[in-house]
Design a protein around this ligand. Sequence first.
Ligand SMILES: [Mg+2]
Length: 226
Amino acid sequence: MIKAIFFDLDDTLVNSKKAEYNAICDFKKLYSEFDKIKDIDFANVWNKITIEIYEEYHSGKISFEELRIGRMKGLFSNYSINISDEEAEQKFKDYKSIYEKNWILFDDAKEVLEHLKNKYKLVIISNGDGKWQRKKIEHMGLNKYFSDIIISSEVGYSKPEKEIFDIACKMVDLKPANCVMIGDKLKVDIQGALNAGMQAIWVNRKKEKLSYEYQIKELNELTKYL
Ligand SMILES: [Mg+2]
């Protein structure tokens, strides 16, 4: 019997894609040079640069600082504007503060949490930086739904490592078999939870064609497995 539900944060409860799109469109408005460029085109350029540069970062070719500077320099140079490292750093700070104002949940997230909070213990398990993730959680008014919030940088383990799921079970004082993990990443959220002896429901919003029995396209479909 399920007594606790563990939620991933980004792309499970938080609509990161929408937040990024809205943020880069708001950032564009700061510069008259970009007035004639369509929002969608500008956002596509930003996405393309972001994906390329994150590949370099993940393969260890550049540092996190170079990643931030590189994203901004790449964006501006796409429109034939050269900026210095210092300018890129400042512009990235501006973007980041705009991005924070655009954090947004999926439409059905609060309704689903509201429905579940009286029946189950709810916990967030998120990979990321504690300060940043907690700021995000607070900004979106999520604290009141969750008994515990577990963030990888604070506990020293990341999903899919079994330990982070064990910590969550200990916090709610339940056996893994009484807990279910909800997340958007099969290898990280779902496989990790299964390895820890829990059940897991995959939020497959992109409708990827992969066979996993327990999957939903929207959070409001959760009840069919609970
Ligand atoms: Mg996620």
